[in-house]
Write a protein that binds this ligand. Structure first.
Ligand code: ADP
Ligand code: MG
Ligand code: ZN
Length: 480
């Protein structure tokens, strides 16, 4: 490829909030259309907006989590345009003085294609707060407008043009989503329209410093679509540049079914929004104390958590990744890990057993009867030699159904591991006496038969014998 892609993303995320940005209407997805509306959010003349403080703090939190500078003085502005999704004919947004500027997000993990990512930060130009607009639904002959969404607090996170591939964009979006979720700022559920993404992309010859002409792709509705759209655009633009075409700035849409982008409008028809300061709202000021109070509420971010799980608990990067994919799951593991001597074992049980059963039952780990403390009783029973790994699987299945602790289940079912040496030596002697043919084979040099004997002793003890002791006793009685 003789071109390098230059990509910047503009991401909108709805702030998690029970009410709207400038009125007290409920912010609720899936309600009957136009039921969560009032004179403010449908823009009756003469009404006054009242800002949602929680949404402003959530935006500051997003800024702090991405290393932004928080403006001590900022304001809201009117973005003027005419379209039925905003009956006031303007959207309250922020223009030249957003709440957050100059942050960064570190790329981590692998891209969608599985390829390693470069170790680098993606600059965050700004994060500002605005109100969402109504949702238009186009039917066969007409269109419906749902003003329930109008006025929902919406953040816009604009990145620097620091991304260089579809994989990097995909990873950036994943990191951003993780940050929003861990910060409890936004749920970022794309199916509910809580996270939407515009892609800006240009190509330049490898080695050239100046950027090429930017094309904007609007309203991509999944990370997968972003990835596909970028790869498509890189090829489309490269072909045009190869043919000597001089590209013009334009806005394009993405048709995911056809896997191609299409022209929406050119730069010549771009809007002039005639931004001006919102006269009905006071500028917003923050003191250092207020910013520090928000900083005190910041959670540990997934990337830091992953590293801590690797460093402190000895997990593999893969396991640490699985366990930090979800905030509740990470907290669950963290709690269990503190209660056992072998945190790595806790990770194994959660990943291979607990997630399998909760997945089947369609519940979250927190809804299962197996609390971290209960899981710890199982792991401690294994670590102390009370049960072996095989029996532990049955104990775990029982625990998942009954919510009983490991010791109770072990006692009720008589599952305690036989670590009594006389019982084990008796069982070994019995097996060696019974399987004379195999014993001969062993004596004539077939070492593999040892495993057969171990299996028979386990069978005789109903799986309860301490496997280490069985092997030692077998070797002893076989004269090794
Ligand atoms: P606009 O004013 O048209 O919205 P901005 O300069 O604000 O343009 O940038 C919007 C987004 O486009 C940002 O994410 C930015 O990183 C990205 N961007 C800017 N120039 C380019 C370029 N030449 N190629 C790719 N992305 C770009
Ligand atoms: Mg833009
Ligand atoms: Zn309202």
């Amino acid at each position: 490829m003789k071109y390098e892609a230059v990509i910047g993303l503009e991401v909108h995320t709805q702030v998690r909030s029970s009410s709207k940005m400038f009125c007290s209407c409920a912010n609720e997805f899936g309600a009957e259309p136009n039921t969560n509306v009032c004179p403010v959010c449908v823009g009756y003349p003469g009404v006054l907006p009242v800002p949602n403080k929680k949404a402003i703090h959530a935006t500051v939190k997003a800024g702090l989590l991405t290393g932004c500078t928080i403006a001590k003085f900022s304001k809201f502005d009117r973005k003027n345009y005419f379209y039925p999704d905003m009956p006031k004919n303007y959207q309250i947004s922020q223009y030249d003085l957003p709440f957050c500027t100059a942050g960064k997000i570190h790329l981590s993990g692998t891209g969608f294609s599985g390829a390693e990512l470069p170790d680098k930060d993606i600059g965050i130009t700004r994060i500002h707060l605005e109100e969402d607009v109504a949702k238009l639904t186009h039917f066969h002959h007409d269109s419906g407008v749902d003003y329930n969404r109008a006025g929902v607090p919406l953040m816009e996170i604009v990145s620097e043009p620091d991304l260089r591939s579809a994989d990097e964009a995909y990873a950036y979006l994943n990191s951003l989503k993780e940050i929003m979720r861990f910060g409890e700022i936004s749920d970022c559920d794309m199916e509910k329209g809580q996270m939407r993404c515009d892609v800006n992309i240009s190509l330049r010859p490898v080695g050239q410093k100046e950027f090429g002409t930017k094309i904007e792709l609007k309203n991509l509705n999944s990370f997968r679509a972003v990835h596909r759209a970028i790869d498509f655009e890189i090829e489309r633009q490269a072909e045009l540049l190869d043919a000597g075409v001089v590209l013009k700035q334009e806005t394009r849409g993405w048709n995911d079914d056809r896997g191609e982008s299409y022209l929406m409008r050119t730069k010549e028809s771009a809007h002039d929004y005639r931004y001006f300061p919102e006269p009905d709202l006071m500028p917003v000021t923050f003191t250092d104390e207020e910013i520090e109070a928000v900083r005190a509420t910041l959670p540990e971010l997934p990337e830091a958590k992953r590293q801590r799980f690797i460093d402190d608990y000895g997990l593999t990067p893969y396991d640490a990744g699985v366990l930090t994919a979800d905030k509740q799951l990470a907290a669950y593991f963290d709690e269990a890990a503190k209660l056992v001597k072998t945190p790595k074992q806790a990770a194994n049980w959660i990943i291979s057993s607990l997630l399998a059963l909760t997945g089947e039952a369609g519940i979250s780990v927190n809804d299962s009867k197996v609390t971290p403390a209960l899981l710890a009783t199982l792991i401690n029973a294994i670590d102390s030699g009370k049960i072996n790994g095989k029996i532990a699987k049955d104990v775990f299945a029982d625990m998942f159904e009954s919510g009983k602790d490991a010791d109770t289940i072990i006692n009720e079912k008589g599952l305690a591991q036989v670590s009594d040496s006389s019982a084990i030596s008796g069982a070994v002697a019995e097996v060696l006496a019974q399987f004379t043919k195999q014993l001969e084979e062993y004596r004539s040099g077939n070492g593999k038969i040892l495993q057969f004997f171990v299996g028979q002793v386990m069978k005789l003890t109903k799986g309860k014998a301490n496997p280490g002791m069985v092997v030692a006793e077998l070797k002893k009685q076989l004269g090794e």
